[in-house]
Design a protein around this ligand. Sequence first.
Ligand code: ARG
Length: 456
Amino acid sequence: MSKLWGGRFQKPTAELVRKFNDSLPFDVRLVDEDIRGSMAWARGLVGAGVLTPHEAQTLVDGLAQVQQEFTAGQFAFAPGDEDVHTAVERRLTEIVGAVGGKLHTGRSRNDQVATDFRLWVMGAVDALLLHVAHLQEALIASAEANLHTPMPGYTHLQHAQPVTWGHWILSHFWPLQRDTVRLVGVRDMASELPLGSAALAGTAYPVDREFLARELGFTGVSQNSLDAVSNRDFAADFLYAAALIGLHLSRLSEQLILFSSSEFGFVRLDDAYSTGSSLMPQKKNPDTLELTRGKAGRLIGSLTGLLATLKGLPSSYDKDLQEDKEPLFDAFDTLEVVLPVMTAVISTLMLRPERMAAQLEPTLLATDLADYLVKRGVPFREAHHLVGQVVQAGEERGVPLTALALADLQAISLHFGADVLTVFDVATSLASRNVTGGTGPDALQEQVMAAKTAVK
Ligand code: ARG
């Protein structure tokens, strides 16, 4: 027996078609999941009265040996091995003899591959959760080390209001926390057992599917066999979660690239995590961050590629579905590198608070000046307009707001008093923003606590 389905054919498959059809080169990656699934199926067949306990044990032992051969790198592929399912069954039958031919009773590769793939996704989610948590911990550590270090905050990439490094870096923590929640949701979505659906109509043997689910760590069983063999929502969910992680990391990368430029100079990348130029001796390039930013495109592409594959597919299995695996493998492999790289970049990042401080020019406090007027009874809209005039006066004279004389301010509004200079203080501005989620010192302490609790 070299093929699973040769019986009704009078001609061998064309070599070109064989290569085109084979998925072994990539789905061999599902070998552990395939063997686990087959072991459970063998046990399930005992309950259904198809196998004796002894036969099932022979199959389970044989599968364990196949597993060992794979782990030891000793598995020899044969020409008829079309995909991982075929390869495992072929080798199993070589090892255990004719009883190996009983394993596939009541099962199809359609419910088999859906089961394997879901198991793989659940494992991949767990691995990614760990990588994300490590990055989150690095972000918290960076925040704590410079929690109250002031820096300019930007909207539209223009000076807006003072914030602190701790607040800024934690703004990249929370997106990852949402990614964590999303990943847990992906695992839930994947955790519905398709096995027992057979090719499309449900297996003809009374297999206890709840038992199979428990054996394999699924939380429930699918309710419609046609849907179960074609449902790849969990795969799209995985890619969406992966694409968003990529997107979040690209935003962090972009901002750090900017902050490490000569113009900003807020941070310096560690030598170990930057690269040089072959031509310009002075160059220190943030390639790690640029690549991370670039990989987001690839992750988004994997998601849209899979969605396009799935669109318009009839329910039940269609071979298009074989295209589902590579984008997920690629997305996982991408994130398995990108996340640790980002963690290392953050852990080794050198801050230059003096460069941040040098950018804290007084117009960043214009809102505080408006708030000063509000406290003296001026309606905010009017205060906004008056401070706009103050800014204009400063620009006309070519001096910072702080250099305007009280008389100049009072020419604009008599609500400006001698105490107005107290407004021109970054620490005062920061201290006033202690609402939950704000950049004020007490709020930041709370935020760090909340972040630590979230990541636990
Ligand atoms: N290699 C196939 C896949 O990855 C397995 C299922 C094949 N089923 C079939 N009826 N040809 O989707």
